[in-house]
Design a protein around this ligand. Sequence first.
Ligand SMILES: [Zn+2]
Length: 472
Amino acid sequence: MCSISEKRLIKQTFRFELDPNRAQRVMLAKSVGASRFVYNWGLAESQREYELTGRRPRLSELKSRLVELKKTECPWFYEVSAHISQQALVDLNWAFERFFERLKSQGPKSGFPRFKKKGRHESARLYEVSLEARHIRLPMIGRVRLKETRAERGFDGRILSATIVRRADRWFAALAVEREREVVVAKPVKRASDVVGVDLGLTSAAVIHDGTETRTLEASRRLRKNLTKLRRLDRQLSRKQTGSRNREKAKLRRARLHYKVSCQRNDFLHKLSSELARTKSVIVLEDLHLKGMQRNRSLALSISDAAMGGLRRQLAYKSEWYGARLVVAGRFFPSSKTCSGCGVMKETLSLHERVFHCSACGLSLDRDENAAINLRRYGVKELGIVPLPEGLREVTPDREEGSGSTLGRRAKPASVTQEATARRARGTTRRSTPNGVLVRFRGGTNHPAEYPHPRGPRSRGQSDESASGPSG
Ligand SMILES: [Zn+2]
């Protein structure tokens, strides 16, 4: 079978690890420090003004106040690129806009911009960056050596901006580029198995359901072992005294391991996303695991959130490359709580319950498998893929119509109003790309964090800084 393809201008991110000398390390640290300082300053300024006048200062106002600040109180800003502080304010503005957009869409009421902490948010955006064979030129920092050459990474395209990031004690530059690429035109759905529902388990295993079969992909043993280790380090860290040297050492150990885990996890996700985007026509994912669980921020959960976010970002651009369609179920879609056998929804399902047991129809199966089946169904319904040649029976009748299955009477059916709110929320943030990729991003698409990753499964050793802060 030969698929049709066409040239298209796409955005992509190439991530390079830097090999800075001592002076450059100092400058890099100053740059991310300045970015954080300005962000926090702008946030404090906005809060102060809001309390006084009931409105927050405009971006342009903040920018001109920043110029004053530079002249009077913070002359050290002149040591780093002027773009850094300007961009920090732009980022802050995005954070506010996202927050207000979410308020309007009746989504979860979280997400008010927060102060950035040292050691946690270490990044800065730069412009006027150029790439040489083995070096990168960063304004005010100079010519920094790369750990991999431009050719080794297969770099191609026009650089739009660069984000420098510190992870543990290593430095990276993520280059957002624009380039032409051959992309496959959307694949049709020919068989039932062309549509898959994917659920990620808490420990990074993936469960894929294709209408008839369920496949479980396990994360590597190394990754699972490191996750256990990370949990142990976390406990150790909490016992160390604040401000002590031992705590600092433990923190660095933890940051290093966290970085390693995120690399291994991303590796796993890249393999998964490439395989799915290449071989499937429609891929259905759930939104982050956030639903109603914000209070219960366990490490496992935050890792699984980050994994979901990473997988979604990867699939967003890979499906465009390979002509698949991505459907992300709304935040309120009860994929885990709904019985895939009879459609009845449970009131609660604790995280520890690994097996889904339905008291209405007696169905009993793996929790993640149940979710994957529900997600696949959601996608089928959402896209209106009705007459599938096979597996037609997989499509459940519309529950919202209240088609009274006598079995379902005892328990509460998936609430109609909840679905309706979910719809509304979805409607406001849905974006579609030329290929009809349905993606619900939480933020503006211009943010480099949402630029796709460079290469498929080969991009070992990379992690997406936006997928996970160094800690949960
Ligand atoms: Zn059931």
